[in-house]
Design a protein around this ligand. Structure first.
Ligand SMILES: [Zn+2]
Length: 454
């Protein structure tokens, strides 16, 4: 049996037939979308966001020109403008609620709004949702300051304009699954908008398969050095899911699945698909949920049991985050447009687009993925059933050594089982469903049962 390493992009075909899946190719449709992402447009959007003065969640919600209310209305208007290209499939709205003072970061009753745009999937039987997000609220040094200029160009103007640009480019797209674009409020006051939506998604049983959260992703240097790094972007993901029960953690320990939680699988997918489509960019997986001393809007979703990751620039410049605008000893503080790199931001938006589009075009994950362990032996037998949504043209069985971070081999088959001459004791396996045009689902690790199900 011949096989080759994944990095060479060739894949072993088990059937012996030549198929599109033997060589991983870019889908020209996705590449076309990526070609429409514009660094000039991203720059113009950030400039516009800065004109609202402050976007503190505690700032004015009714003034037509300044404050968070006006900024949210502007985003809504952009979404509504894009929806005209969508044949009625894209809708946009403000998801509103009210919060009372909490003795912490809310000192008065506030009107909250998340800005939402939804591209409904074309397949009425497909309830899967893929979501991308950023947060519109900004802050200065004092998180309770509701009046001083807080440009928030990068934190999180970058994530906000990423979401707007993705909505612009994808508005007319036809995915079988639903894609949601979310601009959160209240991140700096304690992840308020994300908490609200994560709880809603949970209580309404959304089939939210993955969330890509973008926060601080458009600046290319750290405050300690002048080294420019615009060829790497970080994706943060947790390992052992926060919501796992003790029983599940026992199984994770037994089978060595501690590096394979749902969010970690999404991160690995972002790396593979992002690097497939975006040139001159490396996606760096960070094996932790977030940075020290900081939080992000993916976390409430992780806590509710959804797969969610955070995308952030490689190096952060803390002189340009959460700072009053000022110059001290010749050093300029503040989160300003001029400190950003819009070509770098464009690439990071492209990683989001490639991941979202590949997921939303792909069939759902294979069901009932099992690994046979009835007998001792040095081969591995995997079997599964077809996905519930979408049509699989075939399947990839992924394989890596237990100490490796990334999938090393990928076997293509059109059957619902595969026997491999590799010992299940020495490798981690997973199965992806693949559509006719090569879009892969997220991978599913096999459950281990002595008896075959179904
Ligand atoms: Zn932020």
């Amino acid at each position: 049996m011949k096989s080759v390493f994944l990095s060479s992009l060739f894949i072993l075909s088990i059937s012996g037939k030549t198929s599109a899946q033997e060589i991983v190719k870019r889908d020209p449709l996705i590449s076309g979308f990526i070609g429409q992402i514009s660094s000039d447009t991203l720059s113009a959007y950030v400039k516009k966001l800065v004109t609202f003065g402050t976007r503190s969640t505690l700032s004015n919600t009714t003034d037509p020109k300044t404050g968070i209310g006006a900024s949210r209305k502007w985003v809504l208007d952009k979404f509504l403008e894009f929806s005209k290209k969508s044949d009625g499939r894209m809708t946009a709205y403000l998801d509103k609620w009210t919060l009372e003072p909490d003795g912490r970061r809310i000192d008065a009753k506030i009107e909250m709004e998340n800005v939402m745009a939804v591209i409904k999937g074309t397949d009425p039987t497909d309830n899967r949702i893929f979501m991308v997000s950023g947060h519109i609220d900004s802050r200065v040094t004092d998180v309770m300051n509701r009046t001083s200029d807080a440009p928030g160009a990068n934190d999180d103007g970058s994530g906000t304009v990423a979401v707007i640009e993705l909505a612009r480019v994808l508005a007319a797209s036809k995915f079988p699954a639903t894609v949601i674009f979310t601009v959160f409020s209240g991140e700096e006051q304690g992840l308020l908008g994300a908490n609200y939506l994560a709880k809603k998604a949970k209580s309404e049983n959304w089939n939210l398969v993955a969330l890509l959260n973008n926060d601080i992703m458009g600046s290319n240097n750290s405050n300690e050095t002048n080294i420019i790094d615009n060829t790497r972007v970080r994706v943060f993901s947790e390992g052992i899911p926060a919501f796992e029960t003790d029983k599940k953690v026992g199984a994770i320990r037994q089978f060595g699945y501690e590096n394979d939680g749902h969010s970690r699988q999404v991160a690995r997918y972002v790396k593979e698909i992002g690097e497939r489509y975006v040139d001159n960019l490396e996606v760096v997986m960070i094996y932790r949920n977030d940075r020290f001393l900081r939080g992000g809007d993916h976390t409430p979703f992780v806590t509710e049991g959804f797969a969610a990751v955070r995308m952030s620039e490689m190096n952060e410049n803390f002189l340009h985050q959460h700072q009053d605008l000022r110059t001290e000893n010749g050093v300029e503080y503040g989160d300003l447009h001029k400190f950003m790199d819009f070509e770098y931001l464009r690439k990071n938006v492209a990683v989001n687009l490639a991941t979202l589009a590949n997921l939303a075009f792909a069939p759902a994950v294979p069901e009932d993925v099992m690994i046979d362990v009835q007998g001792l032996g040095n081969a591995t037998n995997l079997h599964w059933s077809a996905p519930k949504q979408g049509k699989a043209a075939g399947y990839y069985v992924l394989m890596r050594e237990t100490h490796q971070s990334f999938w090393q081999k990928k076997f293509y088959t059109e059957n619902l089982e595969l026997k491999l001459p590799y010992s299940k004791d020495n490798y981690i396996f997973a199965v992806q469903a693949v559509g006719a045009k090569g879009h892969e689902s997220l991978p599913v690790l096999p459950r281990v049962n002595a008896a075959r199900r179904n």
